[in-house]
Design a protein around this ligand. Structure first.
Ligand code: SAH
Length: 382
């Protein structure tokens, strides 16, 4: 390289050749194409295939069984195409699911073509999938795509219909052909039945929540509706997500490192007496508390009341983490003393973490950084 001038002449990759021989567009609009070596571990392949739109998996041969397994586990086997010796003698193309693993040479690739193309007038060939309708309940994480799991990202992209509270549906990028049904935050059971009805008609429906769908969110409403005889046969899957408590805790340090309780302060769906009893019991048990739904414009007194109850069991200098819009554009994470907790600083985008008697606040790096953590060891007899 140092002694001779070198020029690199571009060539035609097997990726382009394979797509051309299939006669199908690889990517359209805002789809993402991922090129994967089949030598990756199956788990890694599965996650990558689940989260991408289009893909080409190279280096098949001996890796074929593993790649097929990853396509199956990521729910994408039906879409997968196989191309062997593209543009050469002995070329072979077809559905990957039909290929005999023993017959696969190194000179072959797996292709997941564009999912958008069939909708925008691309060549109409074999049906893209055989799967029938289902409801997938997903959570988009506390904010932003960094906390969206690959599985959830894939489910959102694959859905025919998105159903959920408008705030959460709006977080999902638009896709051609996908229908969006945003609604008010209140009508959970109607929304759940609506999703099940769509699935009954053969649609793939993603019901969207923030955070984790099973934490004060839509998964329960969907399963409650699905438990009625009328919806007995509709498949429902719940996918795990990152919940707000995990995000807020990570920003502050590790306040949830020991036993903790999760309580919603909203008395919209349960009486305040129940909340008060649970707060008192958890506080008496010296559990760290993750408090969801602490307050809103219309619910303003709950935080003050909770503070009063907690102060009966905890010292005023117990650390409280206020995580607001964690991961979002208005993120703020602050640590105050329980005695100084000001309800006016808490809104519906805030999560509170109240320390136990063991939770520590430590300044590091010359005081520039403050971390909160709860030790995993508990004092004996404490
Ligand atoms: N399913 C969601 C929780 C829904 S309840 C989850 O698993 O996170 C709504 C409450 O979650 C809010 O009132 C707030 O307490 C908390 N929350 C959700 N996103 C948050 C964020 N980005 N930052 C801080 N708190 C958040």
């Amino acid at each position: 390289m140092h002694r001779y001038d070198t020029e690199v002449i571009p060539g035609v990759t097997s990726v382009s050749a394979a797509a051309a021989r299939l006669g199908e567009p690889l990517v359209e609009a805002e789809e993402v194409l991922t090129i994967l070596p089949g030598t990756l571990p199956e788990e890694e392949l599965t996650a990558r295939l689940a989260s991408t739109d289009s893909a080409v998996v190279m280096k098949l041969g001996r890796t074929f069984g593993k790649v097929r397994g990853a396509l199956e586990r990521s729910g994408r086997l039906d879409e997968a195409r196989y191309v062997e010796r593209a543009t050469m003698d002995g070329e072979r193309t077809g559905r990957l699911a039909d290929v005999d693993p023993e017959s696969v040479p190194y000179f072959s690739v797996a292709v997941l073509p564009s999912r958008v193309a069939p909708l925008t007038g691309g060549p109409a060939k074999e049906p893209v999938r055989e799967a029938s309708g289902e409801v997938v309940v997903v959570g988009t994480g506390p904010a932003g795509p960094l906390w969206l799991t690959p599985e959830t990202r894939g489910a959102l992209a694959a859905a025919d219909d998105l159903v959920g509270y408008t705030t959460y549906v709006d977080r999902v990028p638009h896709r051609p052909g996908q229908r969006r049904h945003g609604s008010d935050n209140r009508v959970e059971s109607e929304r759940a039945e609506f999703a099940l009805e769509l699935a009954r008609r053969g649609r793939r429906v993603a019901v969207v929540s923030g955070g984790d769908p099973g934490v004060f969110a839509m998964a329960t409403a969907v399963l409650e509706a699905a438990s009625q005889d009328a919806y007995e046969d509709i498949p429902v899957r719940v996918l795990p997500g990152v919940t707000a408590a995990n995000a807020a805790a990570a920003r502050a340090g590790a306040p949830l490192g020991h036993d903790y309780a999760t309580i919603s302060l909203s008395d919209r769906l349960k009486p305040w007496e129940v909340i008060a009893e649970r707060l008192a019991a958890a506080a008496a048990a010296d559990l760290v508390l993750a408090l969801y739904n602490p307050g809103s414009r219309s619910r303003t007194w709950q935080v003050g009341k909770a503070r009063e109850l907690l102060l009966e069991h905890r010292a005023p200098d117990t650390p409280v983490v206020l995580g607001r819009d964690v991961g979002g554009p208005e993120e703020s994470v602050r640590v105050v003393r329980l005695g100084d907790l000001d309800p006016a600083e808490v809104d519906m985008r805030t999560l509170l973490i109240v320390g136990s008697s063991q939770t520590r606040v430590v300044r590091r790096r010359g005081g520039a950084e403050q971390v909160v953590w709860t030790p995993r060891r508990y004092p004996e007899g404490g």
